[in-house]
Design a protein around this ligand. Structure first.
Ligand code: NAD
Length: 250
């Protein structure tokens, strides 16, 4: 990826108020792009914009990615603020409760699926048509190794992330001749608030399972994401890339 890769590009990063989404947004900005941080956490958004010094080309939009109406309004406002969108990163997500399937409550199941899977569908279906009209677009969906191997006591999260991987493959095939390339990343445990809030014993087990014996960083996810958003990524679509410190997940 060349320096200034995203000059004249406009990006939407969902879940941009923290963690992986924020790291991706910073990297796009550093490389000349305009970025809309999309998040449900309005206080977090305001804090991030102020911490980043309100640079030109950065906007923040409060949105619930699981609501079609909210995504539609956010999209219209964002295009009004930074122009037509070239790049979309679907990073918004929640892990949900850590509960075995037999005790998992239906409202919790629905909430995780609505945000982690339906949110990716709604943002993609709303934003991709404009990309296709202009003949260029890149979409990166942040899945998880949980979607490939299944994580015990996180049935909804695992199912949602498996859905994101399959959705990426399906939609990418529909868009192949439009210049819109759609890929996803399956990270292992990454050092963000999502993992900081997990049971420390569980985090220890995650590290033991990693051949590199550590958590990944949001910056490492951002580096791979930004390559997939770049023009250098020209012969990949519908792929899922592991980012897991050598942990092989099939
Ligand atoms: P995080 O909790 O730090 O950030 C997630 C962001 O999504 C938050 O800012 C949150 O407010 C936002 N969000 C939640 N619900 C939303 C909604 N309905 N609408 C809009 N925004 C919403 O998490 P993270 O670690 O940065 O995770 C980012 C993505 O990466 C998630 O999809 C997660 O599943 C995935 N992932 C994370 C890890 C990890 O170990 N951290 C590993 C694999 C995959």
């Amino acid at each position: 990826m060349k320096d200034g890769e995203f000059t004249d590009r406009a990006a939407i990063v969902t879940g941009g108020a923290k963690g992986i989404g924020l790291a991706v947004a910073k990297r796009i900005l550093e490389n000349g792009g305009k970025v809309a941080l999309w998040d449900v956490d309005d206080e977090g958004l305001a804090a991030r914009v102020s911490e980043l010094g309100s640079p030109p080309g950065l906007v923040a939009t409060t949105v619930d990615v699981s609501s079609e109406a909210s995504v539609s309004v956010a999209h219209a406002n964002t295009v009004g603020a930074i122009g037509p969108i070239d790049l979309l990163v679907n990073s918004a997500g929640i892990i949900g409760p850590t509960v075995p399937t037999v005790s998992y409550a239906l409202p919790d199941w629905k909430k995780v699926i609505d945000i982690d899977l339906t949110g990716v569908f709604l943002c993609s279906k709303t934003i991709a048509p404009g990309m296709a009209e202009r003949g260029f677009g890149r979409i990166v969906n942040i899945a998880s190794i949980a979607g490939k191997e299944g994580t015990a006591n996180a049935p909804a999260y695992s199912a949602a992330k498996a859905g994101v991987i399959a959705f990426t493959k399906a939609m990418s095939k529909e868009m192949l001749n439009t210049g819109v390339l759609i890929n996803c990343i399956a990270p292992g445990p990454i050092e963000t608030e999502m993992v900081a809030n997990a049971d420390p014993k569980h985090v220890e087990i995650m590290i033991l399972k990693c051949p590199m014996a550590r958590l990944g960083t949001a910056e490492e996810v951002a580096a791979m994401t930004c390559w997939l958003l770049s023009e250098e990524c020209s012969f990949n679509s519908g792929a899922c890339f592991d980012l897991s410190g050598g942990r092989a997940v099939y």
